[in-house]
Design a protein around this ligand. Structure first.
Ligand code: BDP
Length: 606
């Protein structure tokens, strides 16, 4: 799905700002039919939960209402007019005046409606968006709703980050010509020193098409006509991790001498490949350093914020990280565009987190209810999951920064039914995008001995907590466990392994000369232990610390002020471990550190 952009043939109006806001039930029946009867105003983009002091808002489970009036620019007469919602977490309904114009499920991917027939250029209309934060057995992520004895609805779910809801990303009004570009797919390859850019364009009606590829200095380097084709770029400048280079593909609908529609797509020419136990970008082995992140800040919740975007990427650069995973949902498109421009590598994840009832009763307990069954995660869950994959790939397929799809976080992959659940989803992902490797993040409960799905995927991503949830405070034992774990996976599957999570909760300011969990020193020692092991095990091609920053977690799990595994605090101050990671990652770059020699030194020539 194309991002809304202003071009010579399209105009774009941001609808961000303050909207009238009400909880469902507080604003009467069918609240979209009139001005919302509420004194509350909510900021867009932002999750609604932390904006207000009333706990009834923060804890609300169900629909909420956003409303504002919108004036359509006069000059849009004759164009098609669209309203686009970048994210309504987790479901949205859009009303123009009295009419329902769009409905969407899935909290982290965009949707839009053509509202040309119900608005007029120059006129004003009432725009109401209903957003539901409910998680059920048929949503991704899944959850369930219980009712307390005193009648309060409570949301339960199987992931530990807080279930923020609302309009966390921008809302737009835009115009486009009736015959227009509706989709563009770009696939790049390299042939010697020549870049190969394959393109496919979809249009709203049969049309004559022209494409031009411009380099960063806006000089045309290739052109073609027709809905699909291949452009060749002699002496191509590749998109490289840490050294981004972007071309721009200008797609034009032409009608004789006039350009009826024009839409630009940033193109980074690069290849991605898994070969044996290596992950190759542009033919060279790539070693991932970085984090699992969250979209999470004070007050805004999951609201997209350009200042945090810039600052987070500054911190990634400062610490020497070359990559991150969009744990545990697709991030705002602005984040991926920034990664494209700045050469940061992304593992792009769906919101399929918590497909795991084995963790329900705590890490140590075995499954009490089966995860995959008609009563639990079933065909409907899988259909929603398939749709989440479709929408993720439709939105993000052209980003050079995205080098791999991660279709689930910590599913119960050792249980009956896991293979039947995942096989069709992996197939679907490959059909939709045959060019990128596919992975899932494996949970510690599913070992290399009993995991049932790892062979379906290209890369083994492991979330492990040796030294935290296991062997807490005993890094000697943890080191032995970790090495056994990694060598087990490497030996059995022979695929590249990325440590997609390893982390220890740490309270900034807490210190000790001993290995005491929660101290800054323990987080440092914990990482150093992991890094020794990674360097010893062939096949480990990356390390993503859990987490970039401290983040808000749900009520009802035993955490003090949220998850403290951040290397930075929630307000982005570094803990001691940040300096240790910085020393390592700025030295390692994007090449796997050589095995240590007998003196314990890294052989820097290797
Ligand atoms: C992993 C999850 C992650 C959690 C982390 C933790 O993938 O979302 O935040 O554990 O417990 O199981 O810190």
């Amino acid at each position: 799905m194309l991002k809304a952009k202003a071009t010579a043939t399209r105009e774009l109006l941001s609808l961000d700002g303050l909207w009238r806001f009400a909880l469902d039930g507080a604003a009467g029946d069918e609240p979209w039919r009139a001005t919302l009867d509420s004194t509350l105003e909510a900021a867009v983009p932002a999750s609604f939960n932390d904006l207000f002091v009333d706990p009834a808002v923060r804890d609300h489970v169900g629909w909420v209402w956003y409303q504002r009036s919108v004036r359509v620019p006069r000059g849009w007469a004759g164009d098609r007019i669209f309203v686009r919602v970048d994210a309504a977490t987790h479901a949205g309904r859009v009303y123009v005046g009295d009419e329902l114009v769009a409905e969407h499920a899935g909290g982290y991917t965009p949707f839009e409606a053509d509202i040309t027939e119900v608005v007029t250029a120059g006129g004003e209309f009432r725009l109401t968006i209903a957003v539901s934060n409910e998680l059920t057995g048929t949503t991704i992520p899944p959850g369930s709703i219980t009712v307390t004895e005193d009648g309060r609805r409570q949301q339960k779910y199987l992931h530990d980050f807080y279930n923020y809801g609302g309009l966390a990303r921008s809302v737009w009004l835009y115009s486009a010509p009736s015959v227009r570009v509706t989709d563009v797919t770009v696939v790049t390859d390299v042939d010697g020193s020549t870049g190969v850019v394959g393109y496919t364009v979809a249009t709203s009606a049969p049309a004559e098409l022209r494409v031009r590829l411009l380099d960063a200095a806006l000089a045309e380097v290739a052109s073609a006509s027709g809905t699909r084709g291949v452009l060749r770029v002699p002496d191509v400048r590749l998109w490289q991790p840490g050294a981004a280079y972007l071309y721009e593909l200008i797609v034009e609908v032409v009608d004789g001498d006039t350009v009826a529609d024009t839409y630009p797509v940033a193109v980074g020419v690069r290849t991605v490949e898994v070969r044996g136990s290596e992950f190759l970008i542009n033919g060279a082995p790539f070693y991932f350093t970085g984090f699992g992140k969250h979209e999470d800040t004070a007050v805004r919740g999951k609201g997209h914020d350009s200042a945090y975007l810039v600052h987070d990427f500054q911190l990634l650069e400062w610490i020497g990280a070359n990559s991150f995973r969009t744990s545990h949902y697709p991030y705002a498109e602005e984040v991926l565009e920034f990664a494209d421009r700045h050469g940061v590598v992304v593992i792009d994840e769906t919101a399929a987190v918590g497909l795991n009832l084995a963790v329900e009763g705590g890490l140590a307990n075995g499954p009490k209810r089966p995860t995959f069954s008609p009563e639990t995660m079933n065909d409907k869950t899988r259909n929603a999951h398939a749709q989440a994959i479709r929408e993720l790939i439709a939105r993000d397929k052209n980003h050079p920064s995205v080098v791999m799809w991660c279709i689930a976080n910590e599913p119960s992959s050792h249980e009956d039914g896991a293979r039947e659940y995942f096989e069709p989803l992996v197939r679907l992902t490959r059909e939709l995008d045959p060019t990128r490797p596919v992975t899932y993040a494996n949970v510690m409960l599913a070992s290399y001995r009993d995991d049932r799905i790892a062979d379906l995927f290209d890369v083994v991503c492991l979330n492990r907590y040796h030294g935290w949830y296991v062997a807490n405070g005993d890094l000697v034992t943890a080191e032995r466990y970790l090495e056994g774990d990694l060598t087990g996976w490497a030996g059995k599957f022979g695929k590249p392994i990325i440590m997609s999570e390893y982390g220890a909760d740490t309270l900034p300011g807490l210190h000790s000369v001993w290995d005491i969990p929660w101290t800054e020193e323990y987080q440092v020692a914990f990482f150093e232990m992991h890094h020794r092991v990674f360097d010893r095990v062939e096949g480990v091609v990356g390390e993503h610390v859990w987490n970039f920053a401290d983040f808000r977690t749900t009520n009802g799990i035993h955490r003090v002020d949220g998850n403290k595994k951040g290397v930075f605090t929630r307000t982005r101050e570094p803990k001691a471990a940040a300096h240790v990671l910085r020393a390592r990652w700025t030295r390692v770059g994007s090449r796997k550190p050589a095995a240590q020699d007998s003196t314990g030194q890294i052989d820097s020539n290797n």
